[in-house]
Design a protein around this ligand. Structure first.
Ligand code: CAA
Length: 392
């Protein structure tokens, strides 16, 4: 029979390493003491939380997996998911800002960038001097991402981009944008190119800011590309490689959204459990009633199951194995878990849960977006079904 340490070598361990545990404690302290007290105000004002972002940068949370040679913390995928979960327990807006920076911006630069691009941008992203955003979605192209209409043409020593992008997380706070455009929509996925665009490039502007149901401080806005001029050296990857870059990036991004969803769900459980132990009805704490216990139990089991799915996907990625299906499974299940937990947490608090005096109505609203962005629940099912019916 294998010992626990031998099974840990043979497969994933259920224990965090010392380094991961220290990271978790540090981020939990920071999130509880600094982010949580500000979360309701940011939710109301919809302002981009520059102070949160600056403090996350100082703690190294904006370059978690960036190698130390480029100024990052050089940690692994599991560490990254732990960071996002802990931040999301306190403030879901701040969590998605960090998730976008780490996975949708740092990752494609690390994986597909030239040495010059990495040297130029990664240290500034890891230090928080630059905040990044990722821009794929358009008014007419959401789940069907390849149907984008934003066009690019080469002119002399520049690329010229024209089009409108929407629902760009971080846009109001960002200085650097990974933007996708097509050479010709007829070429479908083979025509898509990825670009690194600095905010001050001619023809680039941030458009209308979205006032949303949840993650209201995430700076989500549209982008306008009006004959936007991009230097040739700011093509990311090769011409026509953009769609693969977009989807490979989303594989990593979906781990971050799963972690965000787990953090929101855990916040729902923690708050409603504490409340149920205090709140008395019929002469007893409501936590003693089986119907309330049932809600708490469902939350707890689903959160653990979601976390295991996420940690498996992170583990596969660290081993260099394909994790596309597992990332979609984790994102799908974690986002459903967050939504159910939001509904039940409000229910446990009853009338109080429906007011802004308690945080659970915010958790409920924040949970919904995890079933929509970085691929809807329906898109995750498409991805999983394709892998089931056509395994690699
Ligand atoms: N990694 C790398 N390449 C991949 C890939 C992956 N995970 N999945 C597919 N590809 C490749 C395929 O191999 C194929 O290449 P070839 O043509 O060389 O064979 C190419 O990409 C096209 O693949 P598909 O034919 O599968 O493409 P499709 O048009 O059928 O689309 C889809 C598949 C899964 C529906 C995809 O379009 C998708 O994920 N859509 C959702 C998009 C999304 O998540 N948008 C969210 C944007 S970000 C956001 O939410 C806002 C924010 O700021 C956070």
């Amino acid at each position: 029979m294998m010992t626990l340490s031998e099974t840990a070598v043979a497969g994933p361990s259920f224990e965090l390493t010392e380094e991961q545990r220290m990271l978790q404690d540090m981020v939990r302290d920071f999130a509880t003491s600094t982010l949580a007290p500000r979360a309701a105000a940011y939710d109301r004002s919809c302002e981009f939380p520059h102070d949160n972002v600056k403090e996350m940068a100082e703690l190294g949370l904006l370059g978690v997996t960036v190698p130390d040679t480029y100024g990052g913390a050089g940690m692994d995928t599991l560490a990254y998911t732990i960071v996002i979960e802990e931040i999301a327990k306190a403030c879901a807006s701040t969590a998605v800002i960090a998730a976008v920076q780490n996975s949708l911006v740092n990752f494609p630069l690390m994986k597909f960038g030239t040495e010059e691009q990495k040297k130029k941008y990664l240290p500034k992203l890891a230090s928080g001097e630059l905040i990044g955003a990722y821009s794929l979605t358009e008014p007419g192209s959401g789940s069907d991402a390849v149907a984008m209409q934003t066009r690019v043409r080469k002119e002399g020593n520049k690329y010229i981009l024209n089009g409108t992008k929407v629902f760009v997380t971080n846009a109001t706070g960002a200085e650097l944008f990974i933007v996708y455009a097509t050479l010709d929509p007829e070429l479908k996925s083979k025509g898509v190119c990825a670009f690194i665009i600095e905010k001050n490039y001619p023809g680039f502007s941030v458009g209308r800011h979205e006032e949303m149901m949840g993650v209201r401080a995430s700076g989500t806005s549209e982008l306008i590309l009006d004959n936007c001029e991009v230097p040739l050296e700011n093509l990311l990857g090769t011409e026509g490689e953009g769609f693969k870059i977009a989807l490979a990036t989303l594989d990593v991004g979906r781990l971050g959204i799963a972690a965000q969803a787990i953090g929101i769900a855990q916040a729902c459980l923690d708050y409603s459990l504490g409340y149920a132990q205090e709140r008395k009805q019929f002469g007893k704490a409501i936590a003693t009633f089986q119907l309330i216990q049932n809600k708490l139990v469902e939350m707890a089991v689903n959160i653990d199951a979601a976390r295991m799915l996420l940690w498996r996907a992170a583990w596969l990625r660290e081993r260099g194995q394909n994790f596309t299906k597992e990332a979609s499974m984790a994102k799908l299940f974690a986002s459903e878990t967050a939504m159910k937990a939001g509904i039940e947490a409000v229910q446990v608090l009853g009338g109080y849960g429906y007011t802004k005096d308690y945080p659970v109505e915010r958790y409920f609203r924040d949970a919904k977006i995890t079933q929509i962005y970085e691929g809807t629940a329906e898109v995750q099912k498409i991805v999983i079904a394709r892998h089931l019916t056509n395994p690699a």
